[in-house]
Ligand binder design. Structure first.
Ligand SMILES: C[S@@+](CC[C@H](N)C(=O)[O-])C[C@H]1O[C@@H](n2cnc3c(N)ncnc32)[C@H](O)[C@@H]1O
Length: 292
C-alpha cells in the first residue's frame, strides 16, 4: 500500500525532542507517518484524526508495525483538542504536532473530491458528518459570497469572474463534479493563466476545501488550547502549506496566552533534496513554538 510521505520528518523529530516515555499529540494523524517515527523513538502518542477512514488506515498500519502499545487513536477534530486530550489521559504533554491539510490518500484515492485532476463528486468534506459539501456551497450561495470565499481563502485574482461563471452555469445545470468545476474555470481563463504554472482551478479548489472544512476557525480554536496542554519546555510544531495558515500560526506566536516562544526566527522549509523526492513538500513551512 502507498502511504502519505511525511513532510519535514527529520526536522519534526529533531525539534519535538522525542524522549522515551514522554507524551506527544499528533493532531493530524493522516497515515501515521510522523506518529510511527515518534513511536519508534519510544514516545507515547495520542493521534487525532477527523476522517474515520484515515484513522482506520493509520491504526491498522500501526498495529501491523507492532507499535500500538504506546498509541491511542482518537476520532475527532483538533479544534476540540483540550477535551480529546483530557479524555485520553494526555492533559499535559511534551510535544504537539499539526501537519495541516490533507494526505496524499485523501487527494488521490479517497474519493473526497479534492483534486481537479479527477472526476469525482464535488464533496471535499474530510469529516463526513459535516453537513455541507463544496457542491452545496457553489449551488446555493449568492455570487458575491462565492467570490468572497474564493478570494478570501486563496487570493485568486479572478474570483469575481469565476463566481459569475459558476452562478451562470448552475442556472442551467447544478455543478456536481470536480471535473465540471475544473473545466468551467479553465474555460474562463486564457491559456496564459499564471504563465501556465498552475491549473486555473488550483486556488479555487483550495479555497473551497478551506471553507467546507472550516479550516481557519479550526486552527484558530486549536492553537491556544494546545499551548495550554504543553509542559514547561514542551514544544508545539505547526506545518502549513498555504500562507493563510502560516499567518495564523505566526500571529499566534506573537500574541499567545499562555506565552509561547517561536524557537527559530523564520519557519523551516524542506531541503532541495526533499522537494526533489516529494514535490508535495515544496510549499511546507514548519513553525516551532516552545512553552515558556
Ligand atoms: C497532511 S495530513 C497528515 C499526514 C501525516 N502527518 C502523515 O505523515 O501521515 C493531514 C491529516 O489531518 C487530517 N485533518 C485535517 N483537518 C483536521 C482536523 N481539524 N482535525 C483532525 N484531523 C484533521 C486530514 O484528514 C489528514 O489525514
Amino acid at each position: 500500500m502507498d502511504y502519505h510521505e511525511p513532510v519535514l520528518l527529520n526536522e519534526v523529530l529533531e525539534n519535538l525532542k522525542i524522549e522515551q516515555g514522554k507524551k506527544y499529540i499528533d493532531c493530524t494523524l493522516g497515515d501515521g507517518g510522523h506518529t510511527i517515527e515518534i513511536l519508534k523513538k519510544g514516545g507515547i502518542v495520542l493521534g487525532i484524526e477527523v476522517s474515520e477512514e484515515a484513522l482506520a488506515r493509520a491504526k491498522k498500519r500501526i498495529i501491523e508495525l507492532k507499535l500500538s502499545d504506546n498509541f491511542v487513536g482518537a476520532l475527532g477534530n483538533f479544534k476540540n483538542i483540550k477535551e480529546i486530550a483530557e479524555q485520553n489521559g494526555f492533559s499535559k504533554v511534551d510535544g504537539i504536532l499539526f501537519d495541516l491539510g490533507y494526505s496524499s490518500y485523501e487527494l488521490d484515492d479517497g474519493g473526497f473530491g479534492l483534486s481537479f485532476l479527477k472526476d469525482e463528486p464535488l464533496d471535499m468534506r474530510l469529516d463526513k458528518t459535516l453537513g455541507v459539501t463544496a457542491a452545496d456551497l457553489l449551488n446555493m450561495l449568492p455570487e458575491d459570497q462565492i467570490a468572497r470565499i474564493i478570494s478570501g481563502y486563496s487570493d485568486e485574482k479572478m474570483a469575481r469572474k469565476f463566481a459569475r461563471a459558476i452562478v451562470s452555469s448552475r442556472s442551467l445545470k447544478k455543478i456536481q463534479t470536480t471535473k465540471e468545476l475544473a473545466d468551467l474555470l479553465r474555460s474562463e481563463t486564457s491559456p496564459g493563466y499564471e504563465h501556465g504554472r498552475i491549473h486555473p482551478a488550483t486556488r479555487t479548489f483550495q479555497a473551497l476545501r478551506i471553507a467546507v472544512n472550516d479550516e481557519v476557525a479550526n486552527l484558530e480554536k486549536a492553537l491556544p488550547q494546545a499551548a495550554r496542554l504543553l509542559l514547561p519546555g514542551g514544544r508545539m510544531l505547526v506545518i502549513s502549506f498555504q500562507s493563510l495558515e502560516d499567518t495564523i500560526a505566526k500571529q499566534f506566536g506573537r500574541s499567545a496566552r499562555p506565552k509561547v516562544l517561536e524557537v527559530t526566527k523564520k519557519p523551516l522549509i524542506p531541503t532541495d533534496e526533499e522537494i526533489r523526492e516529494n514535490s508535495r513538500s515544496r510549499s511546507a513551512k514548519l513553525r516551532i513554538f516552545e512553552c515558556a
